[in-house]
Design a protein around this ligand. Structure first.
Ligand code: AMP
Ligand code: GLY
Length: 423
């Protein structure tokens, strides 16, 4: 079959890598792809948000299946659009992707269904939001309702900072109409983890537990990023998979179906593990990036079989197998990221890290320039390894990290440390 992957990051490189291993995939395309993806797939110059361009390409090229990586097109309704055009596509429809598209919807949904989440109020009036913040005091969390490229959440340690966030989001419209509504919520204290599951709207099958590293600096310091690295399994929740499935994932999928919003695809819960229990911070309606890298690196089953089972509402028939052990991904970022950064820096040393069964360099912000690979984004590469245990896997990953160079390269040196401490 001919497959199209939509997106251009490390997650999409990993999806392409995994899909090319399926004996059922004859040709694979990626729109728009990146410098690394172009080694495995034919990259087509159509943006991930260009819905009509993607539909046209899929039709004209006889694409049998489209897999959507990022959230924006899902929230905008790319799945509905493809289905209207008679094209097969993997991901939730627009009315289910609202779980990521609107924080207010999600908070109200969680409350309706008795699923644990931080206490909150939502506001369309900035004065009322500010009054709530002054009443509650700090620390407090301010969230833009809509998509804001991962920048719409401010965990404020001071009241002034939270007030400034409301001003930025609601009055200065920093994220446009995504900030018409804000959610103000209690600040939870604990350890975060990522929990993803495959679902066809009825059956829910957990993936491996994982943990992202959102802040740019070691020790979870500095500003938030898209994610600086991830590993599997995450001991903080690994033993609690049944509890998370029973209290969070299954009721969410059931609740969405009951509300006439059947969810099909990958459901990702961002969790906070507190002394009082496990709370949902957010939902994503797609694979996490970088979590997809270490998770899919351990997926033994054919991803096409899983996707088809989901599309045909028979996920209950599917047995999903994972390799034993652990995996990790360390992100190499451009100097300055998550602030402004330069691109076009030559990446050297890639030849010193040959692709193998247990080590792979997934590209995110890279592009081809002549015969060279150069930086083209904030998160540049995701060095990913798997092994029998987390300590040796991390050793292998960082050994490769040290062999790859570009001007301004920076990365966290403590990916997986929380896991090692709990092991
Ligand atoms: P979200 O996009 O909702 O996951 O928020 C981004 C990040 O903000 C999360 O990964 C957490 O680190 C942090 N965060 C969000 N909500 C809360 C909360 N209620 N308490 C503490 N931290 C939070
Ligand atoms: N790693 C967090 C995300 O994909 O949103």
């Amino acid at each position: 079959m001919k497959v199209l992957v939509v997106g251009s990051g490390g997650r999409e490189h990993t999806l392409v890598w995994k899909l090319t291993q399926s004996p059922r995939v004859e040709r694979i395309y990626c729109a728009p792809g990146n410098g690394g993806i172009s080694k495995l797939a034919e990259c087509v110059d159509i943006g991930a948000n260009d819905m009509e361009g993607l539909v046209r390409f899929a039709r004209e090229s006889g694409i049998d299946l489209t897999v959507v990586g990022p959230e924006d097109p899902l929230v905008e309704g790319i799945v509905d659009r493809f289905e209207e055009a008679g094209l097969r596509v993997f991901g939730p429809k627009k009315n289910a992707a609202i779980l990521e598209g609107s924080k207010q919807f999600t908070k109200d949904f969680l409350t309706r269904h008795g699923i644990a989440t931080a206490a909150y109020e939502s506001f369309t009036d900035p004065e009322a939001a500010i009054a709530c913040i002054r009443r509650q005091g700090a620390p407090i969390v301010v969230k833009a309702d809509g998509l804001a490229a991962g920048k719409g959440v401010i965990v404020a340690q001071q009241v002034d900072e939270a007030v400034a966030a409301v001003e930025q989001i609601m009055r200065a419209k920093r994220f446009g109409s995504a900030g018409d509504t804000v959610v103000v919520e209690a600040c939870l204290v604990g350890e975060e983890a990522s929990f993803m599951a495959f679902t066809d709207g009825k059956t829910v099958v957990p993936m491996l537990s994982s943990q992202d590293h959102k802040q740019v600096l070691d020790g979870d310091r500095g500003p938030n990023t898209g994610g600086m690295g991830a590993y599997t399994p995450a001991p903080v929740i690994q033993e609690r998979t049944a509890e998370i499935m029973d209290a969070i994932m299954v009721p969410t999928v059931r609740g969405m179906a009951e509300e006439g919003r059947p969810f099909s695809g990958v459901l990702y819960a961002g969790l906070m593990i507190t002394g009082d229990g496990i709370s949902v911070l957010e939902y994503n309606v797609r694979f996490g990036d970088p979590e997809a890298q270490p998770i899919l690196f351990r997926l033994k089953s054919d991803l096409i079989d899983i996707i088809e089972a989901i599309l045909e509402n028979r996920l209950h028939e599917c047995r999903i197998e994972w390799t034993k052990g652990a995996s990790a991904c360390v992100v190499l970022a451009s100097g300055g990221y998550p602030g402004s950064y330069e691109t076009g820096k030559e990446i050297t040393g890639l030849d010193a890290v040959p692709d193998s069964d247990d080590l792979y360099v997934f590209h995110a912000g890279t592009q081809k320039s002549g015969g060279r690979i150069v930086t083209g984004g904030g998160r540049v590469l995701g060095i990913t390894a798997r092994g029998t245990d987390l300590a040796s896997t991390l050793g292998k990953t960082y050994d490769a990290v040290n062999r790859i160079h570009f001007e301004g390269k920076h990365y966290r040196t403590d990916i997986g440390q929380k896991g090692l401490q709990r092991d």
